[in-house]
Design a binder for this molecule. Structure first.
Ligand code: BTN
Length: 326
């Protein structure tokens, strides 16, 4: 952890109490003057830190911005997901940034956030609206020991992690629409774009791109999306801390990624099914130029959707665009 992350972590652990300069300086192995210098820098960034000659430092409020050290300090000990966090003010797409890091050989678990994206993208070539400081737009690099056809398990794991994190932070009860949409009251609040580089029988790397509409107001969605999309702010009526939510998502993702990697995908699939609005429903699925209809029976062991088609047989669908019917 960096010095700033350690300072913020110590101040947070004090739970609203103060931490003396002496204690910080001993803990971090830095002079008290150096600690003071870092505190000043954090204040410049918008952290309201009270300094009292007797009691020491106390964190009053944190700004609504994404800051790598802050995220690291909130996350605590990350084994894989989030052991390296990078924040960009603006980028084309965080998936592009991760793709480059992947090609440079960076270890799995690195997470790239952007305050805004100029070319945010969704599945099936759609645009993903990513306005500044309104949401969480980030991507995670994974190098799982999976076969390419099992990569859908990671989208499923990301969906269950998102549902738990959003529920924990907001008290809302999001639902999953296979494979990658997170809905609240039938409107989309978050999406996952999984991109993969693979050889015939082995995944080289997977990029999980996650977008969550956190603090957007209704007027900030383009008119064509207003009936289809929502934000946590619209649903709760209040602002959600993006940093807290980000840390919660990464924590939950760490749990679910560990479940997938240790061969316990079945437990993730069970949880997915409990939260899935697609299960048991009559749906239409567009797969490229093909359109099929049927009833969703369950999730396969590899994360595929098992559809009982209108002709009565089971079809395994690994990707497609689902429309709920009736
Ligand atoms: C979808 O629902 O179609 C997927 C949306 C994924 C959006 C995220 S935002 C961060 C990452 N960067 C992108 O360009 N897309 C994903």
């Amino acid at each position: 952890m960096t010095t700033d992350a350690q300072i913020l972590s110590a101040l947070r652990t004090a739970g609203g109490g103060s931490v003396s300069g002496a204690e910080l300086s001993q803990k971090l192995g830095l002079s008290r003057a150096a600690i003071w210098g870092r505190i000043e820098e954090l204040r410049q960034l918008g952290y309201d830190i009270e300094a009292s000659p007797h009691r020491g430092y106390r964190l009053l409020t944190a700004p609504d911005l994404l800051h790598a050290d802050d995220l690291l300090s909130r996350l605590g000990k990350a084994k894989v997901i989030g052991r390296d966090i990078r924040v960009f003010q603006e980028t084309t797409s965080t998936n592009d940034v991760i793709e480059k890091l992947a090609r440079d050989g960076v270890k799995e678990g690195v997470v790239v956030f952007a305050e805004s994206q100029t070319r945010g993208r969704g599945r099936l070539g759609r645009k993903w609206l990513s306005p500044g400081q309104k949401g969480l737009w980030f991507s995670v690099l994974l190098r799982p020991d999976l076969r390419p056809q099992e990569a859908t398990q990671l989208t499923v794991a990301a969906a269950t992690a998102l549902v738990r994190a959003i529920a924990l932070q907001t008290g809302l009860k999001p639902e999953i629409k296979w494979p990658n949409d997170i809905l609240i009251r039938n409107r989309k609040v978050a999406g996952i774009l999984t991109e993969m580089s693979a050889e015939l029988d082995h995944v080289k790397h997977v990029i999980l791109g996650i977008g969550v509409d956190v603090n957007l107001n209704p007027g900030e969605f383009p008119p064509e999306l207003r009936k289809l999309a929502t934000s946590l702010k619209i649903e709760t009526g209040g602002t959600t801390s993006r940093s807290e939510l980000a840390a919660a998502i990464l924590r939950e993702l760490e749990n679910d990624y560990a479940r997938v990697c240790s061969g316990h995908f079945a437990a993730v699939a069970d949880e997915w099914e409990e939260n899935c609005s697609t299960l048991g429903r009559q749906v239409g699925i567009r797969i490229g130029h093909r359109q099929i209809r049927g009833r969703v029976e369950s999730l396969g062991e590899d994360g595929a959707l098992l559809l009982r088609t209108e002709h009565g047989h089971i079809e395994r669908v690994i990707s497609g665009d689902v429309t709920l019917e009736r």
